[in-house]
Design a protein around this ligand. Structure first.
Ligand SMILES: C[S@@+](CC[C@H](N)C(=O)[O-])C[C@H]1O[C@@H](n2cnc3c(N)ncnc32)[C@H](O)[C@@H]1O
Length: 457
């Protein structure tokens, strides 16, 4: 197919970081451009229902465009919207929630609350993962992936989503690996050693964890790394080494060794302290997590007499905060490390009316713990894929009068919401919360209710 250069008027934003235009009535997805802009682009792929185009030049700029501080903004796969003004980002996120609920969930005339914006627009992330990558000239890079490229990583100079010290730690680790000529992992042939440097940085306590993820084996020059890192960066409270021989390019280790400190950092949300390890889930924007949880509790309106489930509970944060307001909570989580942290967190915060069940939600919902006595409230906070069909079916069998569904993916949420409503629940409230400025990600909190005469409580 010949690659055609065309001028396009951008109409909308799509949720994979692309913009949307039309050419002769057919949708064209462009890898740049903002609504209202005229761009010159090259059509690179023609499908029956849409085409893909690569942005060549913005001919007529939109008023929504703002200067982006990041030096990597034009190619980084992290932030796609740093050059879109923040109010417009919020407007597009709100529209995305509306569109998904109408198009996928078939909801009509649903009132959706106005999206709650973020407290901080930059430096808000408490966790970042940077990949090592071998370059064609035999050298290496360490940083973030280029947009849409699993095999291309650019050297990170500065990331505005993380605290300044994190940029310095990444630069230091790069220099260390260079100096000692430690082999870097090659994703194309799965050889080499250094795979990722992952940082966790608690917003409230200032503690920093450095997690070096490698192929299997001991870390060369380990003592030098520990002493240099801790001397140069007093914020570092723990260093861990995760070893991972799997081909899939994820920064999670099969074997973890604590090289320095306790192996965890502590973060504070409200007046609670949470311990977080390298591989356990914790919300990545600490300040906005308080907004998210506050919204969830407003939507939930917990009562002292409530018995609650916290499904997909991670390190237990929602359940632990909820326990103060209800009679009893059971948290359910698949990752053993996270469950261990959840139990430690319960002890650390003197919460005694909570217990945790380790395993798959769909299995838990068939156990006696889940079915013997009714639960008046169920909180679900699944990963992006939403509820597994069996988990959804069993959740309906549990028949709780109130379900609070927290979602990080409006599409799968809309799908699951339609199922809940078909089964007799009413969708009473949807409140979007922006946890990730400059990215296309959206979080939302919702409440489903069924009439007491139709529930088991
Ligand atoms: C979006 S996180 C929510 C964590 C927690 N609610 C919070 O606010 O920190 C989803 C969690 O679900 C867990 N998870 C994923 N699939 C699961 C499953 N099938 N059963 C139980 N937990 C699961 C993940 O390990 C992760 O901790």
């Amino acid at each position: 197919m010949s690659e055609k250069v065309v001028d396009l008027k951008i109409e909308d934003l799509a949720f994979d970081g692309k913009s949307v235009a039309r050419l002769d009535g057919k949708v064209v997805f462009v890898n740049g451009g903002l609504p209202g802009e005229t761009v010159r682009a090259k059509i690179v792929r023609n499908k029956p229902r849409f085409s893909n185009a690569v942005l060549l030049e913005v001919i007529d700029k939109s008023d929504l465009r703002v200067p982006a501080p990041c030096p990597h903004v034009s190619y980084c796969g992290g932030c796609t919207w740093q050059d879109l003004d923040y109010n417009s980002q919020l407007r597009f996120k709100q529209k995305q929630v509306n569109d998904c609920l109408q198009r996928i969930g078939k909801f009509k005339d649903l009132q959706i609350d106005t999206i709650i914006g973020a407290v901080e627009l930059f430096h808000y992330r408490n966790k970042m993962e940077f990949s090592f990558n071998v370059t064609e000239d035999g050298d290496f890079t360490v940083g973030l992936h280029k947009r849409g490229r699993f095999d291309e990583v650019f050297n990170l100079e500065k990331c505005y989503l993380q605290p300044h010290v994190a940029n310095e730690i990444v630069a230091y680790v790069r220099e260390f690996v260079h100096r000692h000529q430690i082999p870097v992992y090659d994703v194309r042939n799965h050889t080499g050693f250094m795979r990722f440097v992952m940082l966790r940085m608690a917003k409230r306590t200032g503690q920093v964890m450095v997690n070096i993820v490698t192929n299997m084996g001991d870390l060369p020059y380990q003592q030098e790394l520990i002493s240099e890192l801790t001397e140069k960066f007093p914020e570092i409270s723990t260093i861990v080494h995760n070893q991972n021989a799997q081909k899939s390019n994820i920064a999670v280790g099969e074997v973890e060794r604590v090289l320095y400190g306790t192996g965890f950092i502590e973060e504070k949300l409200f007046d609670y302290t949470f311990r977080i390890r390298a591989n356990s889930f914790f919300q990545t924007n600490s300040l906005q997590t308080e907004t998210l949880y506050r919204t969830a509790f407003d939507v939930l309106d917990p009562q002292r007499s409530d018995r609650a489930m916290d499904l997909y509970c991670g390190t237990g944060s929602i359940g632990l905060l909820l326990a103060r307001h209800v009679s009893e909570v059971i948290g359910v989580e698949l990752v053993p490390d996270a469950v261990q942290m959840a139990r430690e967190n319960a002890e650390l915060n003197n919460v005694t009316n909570i217990s945790f069940w380790e395993g798959d939600v769909k299995d838990f919902l068939r156990t006696e713990e889940a079915t013997a006595q009714p639960f008046s409230v169920v909180v679900v906070d699944p990963p992006r894929a939403g509820l597994h069909p069996k988990a959804l079916k069993r959740l309906l069998e549990i028949n709780s009068p109130k379900i609070v569904y927290i979602s990080c993916n409006p599409s799968t949420f809309a799908r699951d919401a339609a199922e809940l409503v078909t089964a007799g629940y009413r969708l009473e409230q949807v409140s979007p919360v922006d946890m990730f400025p400059h990215t296309m990600h959206i979080e939302l909190v919702s409440r489903f209710e069924r009439s007491p005469e139709n529930s088991d409580v």
